[in-house]
Design a protein around this ligand. Sequence first.
Ligand code: COA
Length: 394
Amino acid sequence: MAANILRAGSLFSSASNKAVRAVFSASLQLHTTGPAMQVQQGDFEKAKDQLKLLKADPGNEVKLKLYALFKQATQGPCKVPKPGMLDFVNKAKWDAWNSLGSLSKDNAKETYINLVSSLVSSESKTQGNADSSGSPHDYETLQVITEDNITKIIFNRPEKKNAISTTMYNEIIQALDKASKDDSTVTVLTGKGDYYCSGNDLNNFAEATPDSREKRARDGAVLLEKFVNGFIDFPKPLIAVVNGPAVGISVTLLGMFDIVYATDKATFHTPFSQLGQSPEGCSSYTFPKIMGCSKANEMLLFNKKLTSTQACDQGLVTEVFPDSTFQSQVSNRIKAYAQLPKESLAFSKQLIRGMEKEKLHAVNSLECERLVERWLSDECMNAILSFFQNKARL
Ligand code: COA
């Protein structure tokens, strides 16, 4: 908490911040004028534990108040020397503690308990509101967790190698939209199980009857375009944590992420021509830009599967980690990133990506148009049929 107190702006809505301020000043007034009450040590300990469970960052102003009250409650009035002018963080903390003057330990404890309680109830109200508009826990194909300023969207169909079904496309669109508006600083996509993602669920095509095929292809393209737009327009830093092999659209989309971390067990495969299809996820534009035309052609035209190291050498992956330490190293790295000033990160991302947006939307639209034609082609139908026939033979 202390390391962050200079971050600009609170993550709480101004309404809930006002409520917190009201609790704080009302409690202080009450306790500086009223009789001191004997506060149960148990309640104080409980409040300390509840504070650790808060998901949203309460903002610097509130964190300073909590710090000051905690010090006053446990050590009494501030008697330590004032830090120097340039020691910004410790000076802000000292000022907050010193401002409590001679407030008694019991009164400080009770104000601390009330403040934590108001934060907990404000958070549960926020979650209650989120629940009524579609709870993040309601996803069928994803797990979404928000903590430590990070929203983690986890592909959760490990038994199907996290293939993206129609439901999953829709749920990712919804989860990205929520993540773009929530209090988190960065958003992470990763996979559950041994695969990152095996790409488009081929059942999305196989289930179509000859009569419904054209409509299905058109609906599929509308959905795909909307899905990819969610990545093009995503306003916060987006990090892919590639925990295993990645296939198809899960690879092509990587050009839209701001950072891509991969385990050394991951591979990157875009077998489009093998399936009678064509590139999506704006990769027909981003891949040549990232790795140069001829390397992009090896992947997008000729299905070359890259190892993590090759993908890193070609600029598609930011850094590769040994599988045994992948999760812990990457998690520590992202937790540190998520402590950086949220708005500065978002604005910087917009500066880096903003110029490209129009272009990317145009590319996305063209790619989806081409895919409608590809999905209806004999080349594609035959390739998908043979995938399922080969499986049936096994
Ligand atoms: N679409 C539909 N089902 C998929 C899938 C996909 N993209 N990827 C995996 N699955 C399913 C398999 O059909 C299998 O289902 P089952 O248990 O009901 O038979 C299950 O996931 C496990 O996959 P399996 O093939 O048994 O595992 P594997 O380790 O032998 O092979 C893959 C994994 C990913 C290499 C292989 O499943 C594959 O080639 N999938 C297709 C990938 C693809 O072409 N994606 C589209 C790119 S555009």
